[in-house]
Design a protein around this ligand. Structure first.
Ligand code: BTN
Length: 319
């Protein structure tokens, strides 16, 4: 870890206790000058960390931050795990190293300067407020074998967060995890390789843990985070549980496709049995949402009977 990150992490650990901490105390604890403390705090702001500074009282975090404990993380994962304080994008990193990677390898960053969202959007990725990671997977039979993968990933996220005590979760076809009706997490699956022989997939996941007001204002849709969860979640435990569950679910998916996940999806489906409008380009199709099929298509009971829809440009909205 770079020296300046070690210092910044030590400052954040002290500020994370919640109350104001003076520049003097921070300087003493870290064995550096007050000017150096000030520089680190200013630099943290460039990474999206919001710190109040009040004359006579010192510094205070607007929202707590969540940092991975690297040793615990590496101890808990058998596959390769790349952990960074800063990176452009964990997806970009994994795609760039696809040739050397194995299924289950993981990349995590505390900050992404160019976090990618779906449909060319940016994924707001301030330092240590949230969880950003990418998992690598090979599918020997090519793209067709990977169809519906993001639905499996959604099921894995749902299962882990529910087991860790988060209530009010729901999956919105095809890629989003919601909490209390607002988006909590996003999934971006990117691919390299051939369409007809082995393909390599990078599964990127961003989970909002502790959003500040200014970060939230940069997001163009209703969002939620995990800050109201009663027992505040331990980010390292969350990552380890997610990796374990994803590894298990993806192995199952590779062997037997989506069949095993239909029921899990149905239980988590935000719109199950509800009237929805399906937007596909200019077209809007109304119907009652009836879950997914084995190809990962969303099923709608329409006036013309049950129909399945699949494709990247489709979005569902409640009626
Ligand atoms: C979405 O738009 O809903 C998908 C967002 C996916 C964001 C994650 S954060 C980790 C990984 N790296 C990226 O650059 N993007 C994904």
């Amino acid at each position: 870890m770079q020296d300046h990150w070690q210092r910044k992490r030590a400052i954040l650990a002290l500020l994370n206790q919640g109350s104001f901490v003076s520049g003097e105390v921070l300087a003493q604890e870290l064995g550096i000058s007050r000017a150096a403390v000030n520089k680190h705090i200013e630099s943290l702001a460039d990474y999206g960390v919001s710190v109040y500074s009040v004359k006579g009282r010192g510094y205070k975090l607007e929202k707590p931050v969540h940092l991975i404990e690297q040793v615990r993380l590496l101890d808990g994962i058998r596959q390769r795990c790349f952990y960074f304080d800063e990176l452009d994008s964990t997806n970009a990193f994994m795609l760039g190293h696809a040739q050397e990677l194995k299924s289950g390898d993981l990349c995590i960053a505390e900050y992404q300067s160019a976090g990618r969202g779906r449909r060319g959007r940016t994924w707001v990725s301030p330092y240590a407020n949230h969880l950003y990671f990418s998992l690598f997977w090979r599918f020997p039979q090519g793209m067709a074998q990977a169809m519906g993968l993001s639905l499996v990933v959604g099921c894995s996220l749902y299962t882990v967060l529910q087991q860790m005590g988060v209530e009010g979760l729901g999956l919105k076809w095809p890629n989003d995890l919601y909490l209390d009706g607002r988006k909590l997490a996003g999934i971006l699956v990117e691919m390299t390789g051939q369409t007809d022989s082995e393909c390599q997939l990078v599964i990127g996941v961003g989970i909002n843990m502790s959003m500040t007001e200014s970060q939230g204002q940069r997001i163009d849709q209703p969002w939620s985070d995990l800050s109201a969860v009663p027992a505040s979640l331990d980010k390292t435990a969350l990552m380890l549980n997610l990796h374990r569950q994803l590894y298990k679910d993806l192995q199952q998916f590779e062997q037997s496709g989506l069949l095993h996940f239909l029921q899990r999806w149905q239980q988590a489906d935000l719109f199950a049995g509800k009237p929805v409008d399906l937007h596909m380009g200019e077209q809007v199709i109304s119907g009652v949402c009836m879950g997914i099929d084995e190809q990962g298509a969303v099923l709608l009971d329409t006036a013309e009977g049950r129909k399945g829809f699949v494709g990247g440009e489709i979005s569902l909205r409640p009626q």
